[in-house]
Design a protein around this ligand. Sequence first.
Ligand code: EPU
Length: 343
Amino acid sequence: MPTANFPLQTDFSLRRHNTLGIDAMARAYLPISSLAELKEIGADPQLSQWPRLILGGGSNLVLTQNFDGLVLHICNQGIEIVGEDADATYVRAAAGESWHSLVAWTLAQGLGGLENLSLIPGNVGAAPIQNIGAYGVEMQDRFHALTAFDFVSGELLTLGHEDCAFAYRDSIFKHRLRGRAVVIDVTFSLPKRWQANVRYGDIAQELKERGIAVPNALDVSNAVIAIRTRKLPDPAVIGNAGSFFKNPIVPIAQRDALLTQYPELVSYPQGDGGFKLAAGWLIDQCGWKGRSLGAVGMYQKQALVLVNLGGATGQDVVRLSQAVQADVMARFGVLLEPEPIFV
Ligand code: EPU
């Protein structure tokens, strides 16, 4: 193997590097902490040709089989304020920082804007790929720009908001730039005229229970942390990848037809005539909440979260995912699309 220049670890278990806790093997694994290292790999005649998997926190990943290629684990660190203007403070974070560390860091500096996104598992570099979101805020609402290394051109790209084609849990990195661009750092724009976003029912309720009428950013963060801790399994304890399916968006006619049949249907207008349906509700109605198939199941407190009950393989995950999709399709005529990336 012509890899003498690189400290590769071969036949490497990825179990600790994906939050579902699937024990798949990688042919080779390399932690990356600088752009220079990526450039070296990109310039290497052999290594640059291997199949590549770019790994961050592994919180949005289903390893369906062993990976016969090179896993690049992005580990660079650093968070700093890089500028400000009348409207915003700009904070740049390295892709390898954990997302919640960034949120906590900004709050400690007195900067609001990311608090609704507290405690989301995963790393900063994955946040734009997935356009992570929670409690009425998406990462794209605070995104300014990012830099990424492009393996095809060997160049550093600077991408602004428009370039990234953000959509609900989606971006250009899941499409045209998939497997090709590696996010190096992300710059966020945190508003100077901060206002709490507590429209999401659960947050309003939590703050009310805490007796907080006028919350600051830290109060909102604490409320989000409390809600998430109650509802969602901690990946360090129970393997999972957060919401396993996206909330499907359907045309108004389909939503109205469903509503006639199921008056309890949970749906949210999208502004463009479509309606987002709560996938957790659909799965729950099909009887999957708390039900297992082999070594995996749908979590008993949130039917949208697929959990590893111990020793699950990627194939177990695929089987359950397909069984849930088939039941929801048969009952509601709606196709659920998985949120994580299958490798
Ligand atoms: N529901 C049920 N049964 C369930 C689960 C949910 O009936 O087992 C109903 C709830 O009662 C509620 C509705 O479905 O009326 C929505 O549930 P919830 O508020 O828990 O949010 P969600 O739509 O299931 C989304 C995001 C989460 C995010 C929360 C809060 C997606 C796919 N999921 O979940 O994001 O944290 O809203 O904003 O958009 C993630 O993407 O990994 C994730 C956790």
